[in-house]
Design a protein around this ligand. Structure first.
Ligand SMILES: [Zn+2]
Ligand SMILES: [Zn+2]
Length: 102
């Protein structure tokens, strides 16, 4: 254990970053990590084209007999998964699928 010089929290020796205040031991200063904890719960995805956050359209469950047609390959890819998250860009309409984190 080592103590964070910034917030005095106990930090495990093998961590280079303070879990509480983002103090970086190698850099000897607090580093900015945007939405680091939030990212673990809900994804933050920026549209590569528009550089704006994509909106979550919802979580879709697999339906029996859905592995046909346009989405066939995607469903094939995601087999053994029960559901996936769908995100869309409100600017250009780009849609992306993501497997929900457990
Ligand atoms: Zn700290
Ligand atoms: Zn876009």
């Amino acid at each position: 254990m080592k103590n964070c010089p910034n917030c005095k929290s106990e930090v495990d020796d093998h961590f280079e970053l303070c879990w509480k205040c983002n103090y970086s031991f190698p850099d000897k200063e607090v580093v900015e990590i945007q939405d680091f904890t939030e990212q673990n719960i809900e994804r933050k995805i920026d549209c590569l084209r528009c550089n704006i956050p994509m909106e979550k359209s919802g979580n879709f469950k697999f339906l029996e007999g859905a592995r046909t047609g346009l989405f066939g390959n995607i469903f094939e890819l995601l087999q053994n998964r029960e559901s996936f998250d769908l995100y869309h860009c409100s600017e250009c309409g780009k849609v992306e699928f993501f497997i929900p984190k457990k």
